[in-house]
Write a new protein. Structure first.
Ligand code: MG
Length: 381
């Protein structure tokens, strides 16, 4: 069995209203980079790369740098191909766009393996610990730069009404505004709903510690990306100073990038993104390393239905950490912000029922990609 073709679809659709913001930027369009791998027997695999506004660059890496190394190779030799591509690009590609490109390739290879084996990816990963995964609502971004409290309260209540028991909101706008916003949301949803905060690395360690202490009484499940991803010492300071779980890792790549974060116990929860950190192959290695240091793994998810389903298979395959009769169950990040591409790229997006999502049981990823939609919306490089 041989790979005969690889195509990349770079998609971008503006958001209708003024967009939404977080501590680093405003988002006014949603993008996606989808990859298709074709084999000589007609089996097709699909993957997705975490891309923000760098779709053209990732498309070029896939089509011009990685594709020549994959044509004619056996798509079932996933580890061999992963290693070859990583080593070929190592001198310039250990983090960032090259690894995102490799992630999309890796997910598509797993999709092919599943289709050829007639098994869902979660079975190929060793089986599923959970048949369905509880989602947490990611939303509560900035809409109004001045005072967002009424928007945030309405949005938070809408998630609770949809059945979500876990919500994550953005902080990183300055201490006074953060305290005002988080307090308003906590008061609106009550004490029985789990609430997490995410600063998207807007603070230095001193400021993050001050914020965490001010918000301690609001019973937060975790404080995500309090400091810059490069600042491992800052993470250690924050984690030692605060009596709350610290999460991070969405801007980190491969097991080599996660090594210090995990082995120095800089976080309580690691958040690799399967579409960015090296795909399912590397995600598994990172999760194994995290578990070896008794650290939970709750992946970051920010893509279309393709990335969401790949993450779903991955999360369902992770053993509870720590194991227990009544363990802390895993969570699937469900980005609920406006995203015109999210569900449209497939014909059968995963259904969210009362905040829960079932793991697909058909072969591979278990999705049918809407190729007509991809062709219609792809940007020409
Ligand atoms: Mg985040």
């Amino acid at each position: 069995m041989k790979i005969t073709d690889i195509q990349a679809y770079n998609l971008r659709i503006p958001i209708d209203d003024q967009g939404f913001g977080f501590s680093q930027k405003w988002v006014k369009a949603r993008t996606a980079l989808i990859v298709k791998i074709v084999t000589e027997n007609g089996t097709v695999g699909w993957g997705e790369a975490f891309c923000h506004d760098a779709g053209h660059a990732i498309e070029a890496i896939i089509c011009e740098t990685l594709k020549p190394h994959l044509l004619g190779r056996n798509p079932l030799h996933i580890n061999v191909l992963w290693d070859h591509l990583y080593n070929w690009t190592k001198d310039y590609g250990q983090k960032g766009l090259v690894i995102s490109a490799l992630s999309a390739i890796d997910i598509a290879l797993w999709d092919i393996l599943g289709k050829v084996s007639n098994l869902p990816i979660v079975t190929l990963l060793g089986g599923q610990f959970f048949e369905r995964i509880q989602g947490y609502a990611t939303g509560l971004y900035m809409r109004d730069a001045e005072d967002d409290r009424s928007n945030l309260v309405d949005e938070a209540r809408s998630y609770v009404d949809q059945g979500f028991e876990h919500l994550k909101m953005k902080v990183g706008y300055g201490l006074a505004k953060d305290i005002r916003n988080v307090t308003a949301v906590r008061e609106a949803i009550g004490s029985n709903i789990h609430l997490m905060i995410d600063a998207n690395h807007a603070y230095d360690a001193t400021t993050a510690i001050r914020l965490g202490k001010e918000l301690f009484h609001l019973n937060l499940d975790w404080f995500e990306e309090p400091v810059s991803p490069e600042d491992i010492d800052g993470y250690l300071d924050v984690r030692k100073a605060l009596d709350m779980a610290i999460a991070g890792g969405e801007a980190e790549f491969t097991r080599f990038g996660f090594r210090r974060l995990i082995t120095q116990r800089a976080v309580d929860i690691v958040q690799p993104d399967i579409c960015a950190t090296g795909g399912l192959t590397e995600g598994r290695r990172i999760a194994d390393m995290a578990r070896t240091w008794h650290i939970r793994c709750i992946p970051h998810v920010w893509g279309t239905a393709i990335g969401r389903v790949a993450s779903l298979h991955f999360i369902a395959s992770l053993p509870p950490t720590p194991p227990a009769l009544f363990p802390q169950e895993p969570l699937l990040e469900l980005d609920l912000t406006p995203h015109p591409l999210r569900d449209e790229v497939v014909l059968n997006p995963p259904e969210v029922v009362d905040g829960w999502v079932r793991v697909p049981q058909s072969p591979g990823l278990g999705i049918d990609v809407n190729e007509a939609f991809l062709e219609k919306h792809k940007l020409i490089r």
